[in-house]
Design a protein around this ligand. Structure first.
Ligand code: NAI
Length: 377
């Protein structure tokens, strides 16, 4: 692992999730931007002294010559460091599991996706919400035509934690997220809008054609958007609305997806992740529960406990990790991956996510966005 040191957020989730199914062992790391702190943290996490590295370059130098070198490296650092770290790892022959957004700029995303493709290295991207079994169930049902042609997609990711200028009050996570050089051009849209965009595309299979966006910065002095509204047009005519916010009081991680088709709709809310709501034309709302016998293989292989015993965020994240392991193993064995190793977020999905964020910011910055038609009263 690179990043995810003492006090960091997502690194610990990676550690927990990667170990849940015994598919991975964490054996080496350069965990912190401060080399000494990183080494101390590695030791505290049980790494061998020789594999407790100060920097990612030390990690590459130390691991590449070992007979038991690491199989893959998880990148859990702020956005602007993803590209140089991933590039160095891929060029040294390592497979990579990278946090989203895959890079801070479109230029870097294009270069990284190309490098991944041409090198043949595995690059998985942790779009967390595509790990949930009921999200897979929704994807399978849309693909099977259960709701007919999709007409509209409503997707949102509201958070509240940045409602005050916490980036100026000592919050390390907020500090880099509000610095365009470290975060990239999209504030809420780059941080969480990119999750919502991926989730909507993952479930519907729709390809985005065009968008128009309204970005707002509500906290005074903040350099990036903290609220984004995006109107989207998909190929084939479906419409979408995406909302991401870091200032939506009362919302912790209220990811919600609603897909409306000609003959039915599907709704999934991450705060009730074990349920999927299905409404057929002329029918009643039905609650489809995780663990039910008649679910798809895609949902079943991502389910560990019987219905009624809740699964959630960590299990969803673990599904990505166990899927990445299966995909890597299958490639090494020269066979097709099983269901767990399919439909995973990869480098191309990461590139599409960054392209989306850039398009949103371009739209919002345009002198006269198309939708700003004056209203004559
Ligand atoms: P954080 O600020 O809590 O942690 C970053 C860690 O990276 C720190 O330990 C820091 O010392 C370390 N670091 C920074 N530069 C480094 C370098 N050059 N070498 C080694 N370590 C270095 O950040 P947080 O919130 O954990 O976010 C990290 C990444 O994870 C971001 O890209 C973010 O977008 C993504 N993320 C993804 C989530 C998901 O749901 N998939 C949720 C939260 C964050």
């Amino acid at each position: 692992m690179v990043g995810g040191g003492e006090g960091a957020y997502i690194g610990n989730i990676h550690r927990l999730a990667s170990r849940l199914d015994g598919a991975w062992q964490l054996v080496a790391g350069a965990f912190d931007v401060d080399a000494e702190k990183g080494r101390a943290f590695a030791l505290s996490q049980g790494m061998d002294e020789a594999r407790s590295y100060g920097t990612y370059l030390d990690l590459i130098a130390g691991e590449r010559g070992r007979a038991d070198k690491v199989d893959a490296v998880a990148i859990c650092t702020p956005n602007f460091t993803h590209y140089p770290i991933a590039k160095a790892l891929i060029e040294a022959g390592f497979d990579v599991i990278c946090e989203k957004p895959i890079t801070a700029t479109l230029e870097d995303a294009v270069a990284l996706e190309k490098l991944a493709r041409e090198s043949g290295r595995f690059v998985g991207v942790t779009y967390t919400y595509s790990g949930y079994p009921m999200v897979h169930e929704a994807r399978v049902r849309v693909a099977a035509g259960e709701i007919g042609a999709v007409r509209s997609v409503q997707v949102e990711y509201p958070l509240e934690w940045m409602s005050k200028p916490i980036e100026r009050q000592g919050n390390a996570q907020a500090a880099w997220r509000t610095d365009p050089k470290k975060n990239g051009r999209g504030g809420s849209i780059g941080d969480i809008g990119t999750h919502a965009y991926h989730l909507a595309g993952f479930v519907t299979g729709l390809k985005l054609q065009a968008l128009t966006a309204d970005l707002a910065t509500f906290v005074e002095g903040r350099a990036l958007d903290d609220n984004a509204h995006v109107m989207m047009r998909y190929e084939g005519g479906a419409r979408g609305l995406l909302w991401s916010s870091q200032v939506a009081l009362g919302n912790s991680n209220g990811v919600r997806l609603r897909v409306f088709g000609e003959t039915g709709s599907l709704q999934w809310f991450q705060e009730q992740p074990n349920e999927l709501l299905y409404t057929p034309l002329d029918g009643r709302v039905q609650i489809i529960k995780r663990g039910a016998d008649d679910l798809s293989v895609d949902a079943k292989v991502r389910t560990r406990t019987p219905p009624g015993h809740p699964e959630g965020y960590l299990e969803a994240f673990a599904n990505l990790y166990v899927g990445f392991a299966e995909a890597i193993r299958a490639r090494r064995d020269g066979r097709a991956p099983g269901a767990l190793g399919q439909n995973l977020p990869l480098a191309y999905d990461g590139l599409k996510g960054v392209a989306f964020v850039e398009a949103v910011v371009d739209s919002a910055e345009a002198a006269t966005p198309a939708w700003l038609t004056p209203v004559a009263v």
